[in-house]
Design a protein around this ligand. Structure first.
Ligand code: ZN
Length: 307
């Protein structure tokens, strides 16, 4: 008998949910606005409603558990997020795990969203078969997750993976954490947009990192220069991680990573220049393949493997 779980990926704008088989197939998928500006109670109601709809419409088997990926640091015993999640007002300390358990009479497990994405890519995505995997995602910041010796590495207080706040400059660009020179302040997708606007390469209404590839195709010199500098900053952080952890697979997710010719090849070359030869040669750097499904697939499989 096949086991199924509900996987939820809580984002700042949308909540994505799916019914996932133990093999990682997505059999049913739905999403709903997060409405984060209305506070924790509303976010929770939206999650619960999405879970109810998924459970009611799914008829091919029995749902065994629920997994939820959320921004921030999750404390499973306390039942919610105990740190971070600044983009979700009222979500901190909201005991959604306990409430969902009571409502659905199912085991419910939650973890950080990037950790869940890493877990999904590790089990059935670009990181499949890795012994040591690092997965990063380029978005508003740079999130990271680690699989070391084939297990999820969480750190002493489950805070491992904050790769975005690795310093790559002394007195560099200001970061949301209050520090300067953090990797994500230079090399997240948002940092690329910000840098393009400062250089007047982007217009005020251009807000996607991917637009830079169009401008480079049109041979705009300022865009070519910026993309080169951006990739160099991104490579610095990747190289640091390769030298420290010596992973066999390094997965990069987020919208930018799909642009293979203009992004991946120059990035790999830059990383090679900056990395110890033995560490670079041991590692395959790849784009993520589960796209925006990685979080919900990882969450569902995480819950099945815990319960
Ligand atoms: Zn920072």
């Amino acid at each position: 008998m096949m086991d199924f779980a509900i996987g939820i990926d809580l984002g700042g704008t949308f909540i994505k949910g799916g019914v996932i088989s133990q093999k990682g197939e997505c059999l049913l998928e739905k999403s709903t606005p997060t409405e984060s500006h209305l506070g924790g109670e509303t976010i929770f109601k939206n999650i619960r409603h999405l879970c109810q709809n998924l459970r009611d419409e799914f008829s091919e088997g029995t749902i065994k558990s629920m997994g939820i990926g959320t921004p921030g640091l999750v404390d499973q015993e306390k039942g919610g997020v105990v740190s971070g999640a600044h983009n979700l007002p009222g979500w901190l300390n909201f005991p959604f795990i306990h409430l969902l358990k009571a409502d659905f009479s199912l085991p419910v497990f939650a973890h950080n969203d990037v950790t869940m994405m890493t877990y999904g890519e590790y089990l059935i995505g670009a990181g499949k078969g890795a012994t040591n995997l690092i997965c990063i995602t380029l978005g508003t910041g740079i999130g990271g997750g680690f699989i070391l010796n084939k297990s999820l590495y969480e750190g002493s207080s489950k805070y491992a993976g904050e790769v975005g706040h690795m310093k790559i400059r002394h007195n560099g660009r200001s970061c949301t954490c209050g520090s300067k020179g953090c990797w994500e302040a230079h090399a997240s997708a948002s940092a690329l947009v910000q840098r393009a606007k400062e250089k007047k390469i982007y217009k005020e209404n251009e807000n996607s990192g991917k637009i830079i590839f169009e401008k480079v195709k049109q041979k705009d010199p300022a865009s070519i220069k910026l993309l080169k500098s951006y990739i160099s900053d991104l490579a610095l952080g990747v190289s640091n991680l390769l030298n420290i952890f010596n992973p066999d697979i390094f997965v990069i997710g987020g919208g930018l990573s799909g642009a293979s010719n203009q992004f991946f090849e120059p990035l790999q070359k830059k990383v090679q220049d900056k990395t110890m030869e033995a560490a670079f040669n041991a590692c395959c750097i790849k784009p993520a393949i589960l796209g925006n499904k990685a979080g919900m697939i990882g969450s569902a499989l995480f819950s099945l493997n815990q319960s």
